[in-house]
Structure formats: C-alpha cells, structure tokens
Design a protein around this ligand. Structure first.
Ligand code: GDP
Length: 423
C-alpha cells in the first residue's frame, strides 16, 4: 500500500510528527520533492531533531529511507544532518536516487544575490538555492547523481555551465566569478561521500509495490506553496502535491491509495505572500507564544511564523488539490487558552462573498469572514482519547471537518509521538 502524507496549507503543519508516527507501519519512507528549504521537527525518545534532507523514517532502524528523483539534493547539508543524527545514536538505512539532481554552490549564491537585487520585491526565499536549482533542472543543465561518477564528462559539463553562469554573476550581480575546477573538486568529494547510498530507487519502489510493501511518501511544505496551484509567485519551485509524489518518487499514480493531508488547528505561514486570516500585534504574539515550537519560528530559517485563525477556505482548497482521503489536525492544544475561537469561513472582496480560494491579487484584497465558536479554555495535553476532550474542542473539530468535507481521522494534542487522538 502506498500512502502520501502532505500539507494542506503553507507548510509547517506538523507533517514530520505524523510521518514519524506512521513510519512505524511502513517498510519504506520516501522524500519526493523539495530540498533543505523546509524542515520537519520530530520529537521522540532519541531527542528533538529538525530534518531537512533526511526522510522521517530514519528513527526506525528497519525502515528503508529513500531520497528520490524529485528532490533537490544538497549533499553538504545531508552529510551534516547524517552526522547529527548518528551522533545522537540513530542508525538508519538510506538510499539516494541515481537520478536525483545535485544542488550546486551557485544555486545558493544565486538565491542570495537575487533576493538582494529584488530588495522590497523579494519573494521571501529561504536562500537554500531551490529556485535556481529547479531552473537549472528544467533548463536541462543540472547534474544528476549518476553524472558525478563520469569525471571527464562532468568536468566538461561544468566548464560550459559556468561560462554562462559567470556572465550573470559578473554583469548582473557584480559578484566574484566561480571557478569550475573548484566546483569539480567539491563534486568529486560529494561523489565519494554518498557512493554507498546511490541506487535505482524508483526501480526498488516498483519492486516493493509488487511485493506488497508499505510505502510512505513524505511531502514537504503544503498545497498553497505548490508552484502550479499555490499563491504564485510566493510558492516553492517544486510541486508539493500528492499527485507529484508519483512522479518525484517514481511510483504509478494509481498505487497511491491513501492521501493523508495535515493541517494545524490554526493557520501559520513563513515567508511572503497573502494570508487572509492573519492576525497581528499582541493577539498574534500570544498565539505564537502558545504555539511554542509550533508557533514561534520556521524550522529552516528561524524566521518568526505569521499566524492567524484557521482558514477553512484555504484549507478546503488545499485538501481538494491534494486529493485528501483523510485529514489529520495538529496543534489543537495550542488553542486551549481562548474563550472564543474564530474560523475563517469565507472571503469578502469588493463587497462580494467568496467560498473558493482566489488568485494571489484577490487574496491580498480579501477580508476574512469569520464564524465564532466557543473555546474550551482548559489544558487538553495528556488527554488520551478523543471522546475525553472537552465538548467545545470536539465541536471545533467537527465544525472544521464539515467545512473541509473530508474526514478528520486524527487530532494531535501535543508535539510528542504519542500525543495523538484517533477519532
Ligand atoms: P512540518 O514541516 O509540517 O513537519 O512542520 P514543522 O515540524 O516545521 O512544524 C510543526 C511544529 O509543530 C513542530 O515544532 C512540532 O514539534 C510541533 N507540533 C506538531 N504537532 C503538534 C501538536 O499537536 N501540538 C503542539 N503544541 N505542537 C505540535
């Protein structure tokens, strides 16, 4: 059985925790898109980890973890991450697709230089080199992992590549040029460091499906950051959808039977772009503070998260474009301090009400239409069954389920692995 775990919103929905939890029932956990630009925070018996490149199955020794074709592979970052988790006593199995593409030093620099050039008009990039990486990939000048092992060919390719890139560095950004020989040496080091992990992972996955293995496809960021369906241009440069998981991992689309979409009990976002139900000032500071790790800062950049009330319009859209078969709501405990909780159930633009998610400029103009529900105003951490939640908390979940039109199968009431309520 193939299951995808993906985000309904702007990312940071708590996918890492749910993936780590579901991983115990899986044989293989796969990262299929994105790079080190987003992180999962996982808290378990080994400690607290922010994973950016490694799949979330690494905490289960018997699971095979795969970094698949669609990923932006930052080998430098990966090696550092491997060291951190190994130092914490974690042992794992990891394979990297021979067709995954390698993030190169100029990608990170280009991200930085471009945000600097754009000034006020910047996109809020995490400066992990993701947009330049995918630009090169789709311009067909990128480097796949297998190319690292054909040295002469690699050197020739880099020479040609940097002739073009250096024009941009020198004349557009007024920055030092890059010596392709230095990049070649770096890549030779990369080749050596991952050589035991490289494999035809898509082939391995197809075989595993035939053998009836359980495969978990682990998404990064959320539907609203998808290049084609999100808040363009404030999106990421790869698809964050379960549909793309089939492509990025290399599994037949019809094999993905279960699409688990994660959403938080309130809304949060990192980076630029429209956010209709965003709140500000003291009200926002309080919610951020109550959110603890979930509310304060993005796992990758440490930037303060923007927060707001649950946006049911955006989340319903997120569930639809993901093709959700079930929804998991995280961070219900964070709202426990409120007497009343607002849910954004519509948008108003020019006096007209909308129930559907809109394109970016209309989202900027949209004002939230709220429905106010009663809060439960009591600590719900430590409660170990959904039925034992206060009535108002159960009503809140039921209200949102109705808005989304998809079953909420689990509710998370704390960051730890076992703080989960099956519904
Ligand atoms: P991801 O990228 O979707 O995995 O999300 P992140 O890991 O970046 O952010 C989610 C944050 O929420 C992490 O700090 C988690 O430890 C935390 N978290 C997950 N579920 C819960 C929950 O139910 N309650 C609380 N308070 N925190 C949670």
């Amino acid at each position: 059985m193939v299951k995808a775990i993906v985000g309904a919103n702007w990312g940071d929905e708590g996918k890492g925790k749910i993936t780590d939890m579901c991983a115990s029932e899986s044989d293989i956990v796969v990262r299929f898109q994105g790079g080190s630009n987003a992180g999962h925070t996982i808290i378990n018996d080994k400690g607290k980890f922010a994973l950016h490149q490694l799949p979330s199955g690494i905490f289960h020794e018997n699971i095979l973890n795969i970094i698949a074709n669609g990923v932006a592979l930052n080998i430098d970052y990966l090696m550092k991450e491997i060291k951190t988790v190994k130092d914490a006593g974690v042992n794992f199995k990891l394979l990297i697709s021979e067709r995954a593409q390698v993030l190169l030093p100029h990608h990170v620099l280009l991200d930085e230089y471009e945000e600097e050039r754009l000034g006020d008009k910047k996109f809020g990039s995490t400066k992990s080199g993701i947009a330049p990486f995918y630009s090169d990939k789709y311009s067909k000048i990128g480097i796949q992992v297998w190319e690292l092992y054909h040295k002469e060919r690699l050197k020739e390719k880099l020479k040609g590549m940097y002739e073009k890139i250096n024009v941009q560095f020198k004349y557009l950004y007024n920055k030092p040029e890059i010596d392709y020989n230095e990049v070649f040496d770096i890549l030779c080091g990369y080749a050596e460091s991952i050589k035991d992990n490289v494999a035809d992972t898509a082939g391995i996955l197809r075989k595993a499906i035939k053998e009836g293995k359980n495969i978990l496809l682990e998404g990064q960021l959320g539907a609203l950051k998808d290049t084609d369906h999100g808040i363009y241009p404030y999106v990421t440069s790869s698809s964050t959808l379960a549909g793309y998981a089939a492509v990025g991992a290399g599994v037949p689309p019809h094999e993905i039977k279960n699409i688990v979409v994660i959403t938080k009990a309130y809304s949060s976002a990192v980076g630029e772009g429209p956010f209709v139900s965003e709140i500000f000032g003291e009200e926002a500071d309080e919610l951020r503070k109550r959110g603890g790790d979930a509310g304060e800062f993005g796992a990758t950049t440490g930037r303060p998260r923007r927060v707001g009330f649950f946006d049911a319009v955006a989340t319903r859209y997120g569930c639809e474009v993901q093709g959700a078969t079930e929804v998991v709501m995280t961070c219900l405990d964070v709202l426990s301090y409120l007497d009343e909780i607002k849910v954004c159930t519509g948008y108003e633009v020019d006096g007209k009400e909308y129930k559907d998610f809109l394109t970016t400029e209309y989202l900027y103009q949209a004002k939230p239409i709220y429905t106010t529900l009663k809060g439960w105003n009591t600590n719900i951490r430590g409660i170990d069954s959904f039925d034992n939640l206060p009535k108002e908390a159960k009503d809140y979940v039921a209200f949102i389920e109705k808005e989304l039109g998809v079953k909420i199968s689990m509710v998370s009431n704390g960051p730890k692995r076992d703080e989960i309520l099956i519904r």
